[in-house]
Design a protein around this ligand. Sequence first.
Ligand code: PGA
Length: 245
Amino acid sequence: MTHIFANWKMYLNFSESMILANQLATESYDTEKIHLGIFPSSLAFTEVEKLYRDTEVAVGAQNVAWTPKGAYTGAVSAHMFRNAGATYALVGHSERRHVFGETNEDVKKKFDACLDAGLIPILCIGETKEDLEAGKREYRLKKQLMSVLEGVSKDATFFVAYEPVWAIGTGEACDHLQAAEIHDSIKKELNTYTVQPIPVLYGGSVNHENVVFYLPHQSIDGFLIGSASADRDHLISLLNAVVAA
Ligand code: PGA
């Protein structure tokens, strides 16, 4: 089973989100092979969730606030998303860290809030180009895992997404052999924190052409996909490529 998680970011307005969600709802693909998750904007969330309720498609939040309720103008909490039908939430996405300045401490609070709310957090980690060039990839990934997972219950349910910052939205995907090796070391590291099998997704410039190279690797449990997921033809080609592989 391959997880295909579509992160629509801020690519689609409400009408565009609903058009794409409705188009996808009429497509048939092998649900034995693919577990599809959609992460629409907060604005489109409830309508997309309604459309996919009681189907195999999961709907998740792109971002959450950690406090359940209160005077936090502009924020939507993990608890509110759960109440509105979300199953998953992304936490620590590179754009949240690097554009909006979220720290490991912020990510930890969001991760814990998701667990508290009954959402499955998808902890996004990844090194920058500078980390890579300075030989600090392993250090960065371990630190991002440790700062969030220390103190978390060993039987907590969550995902990890390995998304090298330099590969996101650049067309420069991480080589599949290298990605598989990194996933292996992430999984080893995860054994320190959990007794559960934690799915580890790869993200960063995945498309219908390169997805097949990652598929044979046992340590890659699926994909977090940005731009290629916000377009019907690209996403359908990608789903078809996974089913055909
Ligand atoms: P991308 O984004 O597929 O557009 O590179 C991936 C992500 O940010 O999750």
